[in-house]
Every structure is written in structure tokens, then in C-alpha cells.
Design a protein around this ligand. Structure first.
Ligand code: ACM
Ligand code: ZN
Length: 520
């Protein structure tokens, strides 16, 4: 049986005995979307197909009778593979399917007809390069693996308490100083790295060749210690800080009452908008603790000026102002919904949400949908891929439907999130990502109701073989569906992070700020 991940809408198979070899030397219709497939063909099947007659054997056709923008129809017969699609994106996904067929058939494919299109238009993977910097080639490897799974959004988390990763010409300190932390959760070795603007352009182009959009994240007003470490005026009370070294929610965030903060945010966004042409920027909004804002005269004056009753409302005002700036330049924004955020009536409905708040029930979802807000499902259970398998088993990921409501059209899409506080390298990243990403891709692409633990379990060994072709360090079955003992141990191991919460440090720090506030 053929196994394609994510599962196509329909596969009509005609028996392997009619299998054939697809390739001869110049074989693929020369279109930009075929470039990656040609590289694949050379890498995996090299010289084996060099003695063909030069006739095209993979025939790509733009075909307006295919209804869905990303849909395609793949027919393999009589020594040829025909892919028809309405767009080059559809053709590209058809070629990704063909890759999987060829790998399974060791260079041959059976007579088959596949009709296919995605369930959701947003199929994301979030990569946190703030905690740990991932080299450009590693990011490209992740992008290749995303394309294999027909994921089409790289949500690239580039700014964090623990590191600033993108060159901003107007604020050189952000990378000179803000990209370096003196030690990490794992010990006393420093960690650093950043992407130059040329690196970013290269990665964006790499994504676009693979029909993947790049949504960068500039996380504000929280998770900004690396920026404050470079430019203390950005914070309330002009705090002199170092780039954060450890896990934990920080209390120093951008001051929402100073004009200079907004100027900084807009300046950074100006450069982001140049670098990221997909016209969407994620502006964070998560875990913005209001300890400083409550004491800061600038923040309090800003609240008064705009008749805002709570600091949470001030955050809504802040996010809306940032969103409005992006809108003025033809960009849209996304932010994390977060259970700490109060009344959203001050928040522009134009800002889409990556929904991660565990305790946000159906009522919040319904209210926001009624306001016209677009929603992406990133609920931490099951979509946080940094959670060990003992917390977030493969079964749990498989059992979640993926949609936020009964009606699929109310969910923009799904995104697996790779937070990297405890993921310092590709080996660990791949272990945590795979095979869970396979089932996330099935929820995002395959028809509603198709993907279950049972269907995925049947495909697992073929899926592992597929990943073996690419040398992926996936987690083995005994890890992904762990025993009770392994579950307990993995929880203990993961919860050790609370030792890095720096609770005492926060208490002392908060007291210091309180004294400063009283003096002034
Ligand atoms: C988040 O979990 N900090 C979005
Ligand atoms: Zn302030």
C-alpha cells in the first residue's frame, strides 16, 4: 500500500506490478517550482536515470479546471507522471508527493491517480531561534522537511530575552551585544549568533522556492530583555540589564508610555518590512508581566491619557498601535492570545491570533470569531513540540482534531511550535519534532476526520523509512508512546526548569524597582 504523509484526499492505485521508472535525463517540465525536485532527483537517484531519451517524463501543467489554489492532480501511467494544478504552488505539492512515491518505490512508481488539496490554508511550524541560534544551513534543512510535509508557513521567532537574532542597521547594538548570552540553562558556556540581512534574504528566497511564507516574529512588549540590555531607555525605569541567560518569564518589558519605545518598535518594523515580503509580521504579545507598568509614571500617564483602566488594556492599546503602523504599510499582524491578557475590546480585530492559551475556552474563541478575528491553532497541548513525549505523547497529538471549532472554515490553520529553551541543537530538535510533525501535517492537510492515532500508527513504520532517507533523528516508538515510568521521568526532567525561574531574583529586583519608583 502507498503511504503518503500528509494523506492525500484520494489515491487510486493500480498495482505495483505496473511500476515503472520515471526519470530520463531532462525529464521535468522546466518551471521554477521544479527546481527543488530536480535537486532531489540528482541527490537520490543520481546517475540511475541518465540514459533516457530526453523526453519529458514528469509533465507539469497549469490547469484551471483544478479548483483549489493549492490542489493538484497527479497521474502516473505509461512511464510518465502528469501533475496538473491551478497554481505553481499546487504543482510543487504534487512534486512533493511524487518524491515520497519514488522513495517508497526505490525509483519506481506504480500506476496511480492522486487528487489532493489541503484542509487548512495556514500550515505552520514555529522555530524559536531566540533562545538558541540555529545556523542558516540548519534552518534550510528544517525548511526542506517542512516542504516534504506540505507545511507552508515558517513562523520564525527571532527576538527573545535570551537573544536578538536579526541585524537591524539602525540599532547595531542589537546584534553586537544583544545576540550574546554569557551562559545558558545547560551550563556556563556562552551562546551567540545572528542572521545578517543578507542571510535573512537568502532564507526567505529559499522558503519561497518551496512555496513557504515567512512570518517573522518581533515579540513585544515582553520577551525583550536582549533589546533592553542594549538600549536601557526602552524599559520602564531605564533598567541596566544583561541579556537573559535562563528560562523564565521576565518582569522587565518595553515601556508603553514613552514615545521613544514606539519609535524603536516602528524603526525595527521598517527593516522587518523590507526583509519579509510576505506582508505578515508576528508581534508577540505573550507573557507580558505588568509589574513595571503598574509603577512606571510614563505607563500610568499613558493609561490616563487614553482612559485605559488596567495595564492589560494598556497592552491592548500597545498591540493595536503596532498593528496600525503595520497596516499603514500594507502589512498584517498576528499575536499570541494569552490567558494573562484582559478584555480584548481595545484590541484591533484585525490582529490574528495564534491561540495558545490553555484556559481560553470556547466562549473567548466565539467572541473573537464574531469580532472577525482570524485564529490559528497553536494550543500548547498538543502543539508545543518542545514538550517531552512524556507530556505530549504522539497519541495526544493524533487525537486532537486540529480545528478550534466544529466548523473548519473558522480556523485559519494549525502550527507546531518549537520553543528552544531546552533544545540546544538539531539533534534534539529533530527528536522532538518527528514523528509528531507528521501527524500535525496530517491534521493540517488531510480531510477532517481522517487522521487518528490508529491511522497514523499504521503508517508509522513507512513514515520512519521516509524520514530515514533524509537522515532525520526522529524519536522511536518506545519514546513517542512512553510507559508510565518514562512519562514520570520525563516530567521530572522537564520540570527541572523551574529551578531556573529566578523567583528570588525577581523578588529582589521588584523590590529595588519599587524603591526607585517611590523615590521619584
Ligand atoms: C508562549 O507560550 N510564550 C506563547
Ligand atoms: Zn513604563
Amino acid at each position: 500500500m502507498l503511504n503518503v504523509i500528509p494523506q492525500p484526499v484520494s489515491i487510486l492505485e493500480n498495482g505495483k506490478e505496473k511500476g515503472f521508472t520515471v526519470f530520463s535525463e531532462d525529464t521535468v517540465t522546466p518551471m521554477p517550482c521544479a527546481k527543488d525536485f530536480i535537486l532531489f532527483k540528482e541527490e537520490f537517484f543520481g546517475d540511475r536515470f541518465k540514459d533516457g531519451d530526453g523526453e519529458e517524463t514528469v509533465i507539469l501543467t497549469i490547469d484551471n479546471s483544478v479548483q483549489q489554489d493549492e490542489g493538484y492532480c497527479l497521474a502516473c501511467r505509461d512511464g510518465k507522471a502528469y501533475i496538473n494544478a491551478k497554481t505553481e504552488t499546487g504543482l510543487f505539492w504534487g512534486l512533493e508527493t511524487l518524491k515520497q512515491l519514488l522513495l517508497q518505490g526505490d525509483g519506481t512508481v506504480p500506476f496511480v491517480k492522486i487528487t489532493d488539496y489541503p484542509r487548512f490554508s495556514y500550515r505552520g511550524y514555529m522555530l524559536d531561534c531566540g533562545r538558541y541560534f540555529y545556523e542558516k544551513d540548519d534552518v534550510k534543512r528544517i525548511i526542506d522537511l517542512m516542504a516534504l510535509h506540505k507545511l507552508n508557513v515558517l513562523h520564525w521567532h527571532l527576538t527573545e530575552d535570551q537573544g536578538w537574532r536579526v541585524e537591524i542597521k539602525k540599532y547595531p547594538l542589537l546584534t553586537e551585544k544583544g545576540s550574546y548570552r554569557s551562559h545558558t540553562n545547560f551550563g556556563f558556556k556562552p551562546h551567540s549568533g545572528y542572521y545578517t540581512q543578507d542571510d535573512i534574504k537568502d532564507i526567505v528566497a529559499y522558503c519561497h522556492e518551496r512555496k513557504i511564507k515567512v512570518i517573522p516574529e518581533f515579540d513585544v512588549p515582553g520577551h525583550t530583555v536582549s533589546a533592553i540590555a542594549c538600549y536601557p531607555y526602552l524599559s520602564c525605569f531605564d533598567r541596566k540589564l544583561s541579556v537573559a541567560t535562563h528560562w523564565g518569564v521576565k518582569h522587565d518589558i518595553l515601556c508603553a508610555g514613552k514615545e521613544s519605545t514606539y519609535q524603536f518598535v516602528f524603526d525595527v518594523l521598517d527593516e522587518f518590512m523590507e526583509l519579509f515580503p510576505d506582508k505578515i509580521i508576528h508581534i508577540g504579545g505573550d507573557e507580558a508581566v505588568k509589574t513595571r507598568w503598574k509603577l512606571c509614571p510614563h505607563c500610568q500617564a499613558e493609561m490616563k491619557k487614553h482612559a485605559l483602566k488596567t495595564e492589560d488594556e494598556l497592552q491592548m492599546y500597545f498591540m493595536t498601535k503596532v498593528n496600525d503602523y503595520l497596516n499603514e504599510h500594507g502589512f498584517k499582524s498576528i499575536m499570541w492570545n494569552y490567558n494573562s491578557i484582559g478584555g480584548t475590546e481595545h484590541l484591533s480585530p484585525d490582529i490574528a491570533w495564534t491561540v495558545c492559551g490553555i484556559s481560553d475556552g470556547d466562549e473567548v474563541i466565539r467572541t473573537e470569531l464574531n469580532r472577525g478575528r482570524k485564529l490559528i491553532n497553536t494550543n500548547s497541548y498538543p502543539y508545543y513540540l518542545d514538550f517531552p513525549y512524556g507530556w505530549n505523547t504522539l497519541e495526544r497529538v493524533c487525537e486532537a482534531d486540529g480545528a478550534l471549532t466544529e466548523n473548519d472554515s473558522e480556523t485559519w490553520g494549525i502550527e507546531g511550535c518549537m520553543w528552544t529553551e531546552y533544545v540546544p541543537n538539531m539533534k534534539r530538535l529533530e527528536f522532538l519534532t518527528f514523528p509528531r510533525l507528521g501527524t500535525i501535517a496530517e491534521k493540517a492537510w488531510a480531510e477532517k476526520g481522517y487522521a487518528s492515532f490508529e491511522t497514523f500508527s499504521h503508517k508509522l513504520s513507512d513514515y520512519y523509512s521516509l524520514l530515514d532517507n533524509f537522515g532525520v533523528n526522529y524519536a522511536k516508538p518506545n519514546k513517542v508512546c512512553p510507559s508510565a515510568v518514562y512519562k514520570a521521568l520525563s516530567s521530572l526532567w522537564f520540570n527541572r526548569r523551574v529551578f531556573h525561574w529566578q523567583g528570588l531574583h525577581n523578588l529582589i529586583d521588584n523590590k529595588k524597582v519599587e524603591i526607585t519608583a517611590k523615590k521619584n
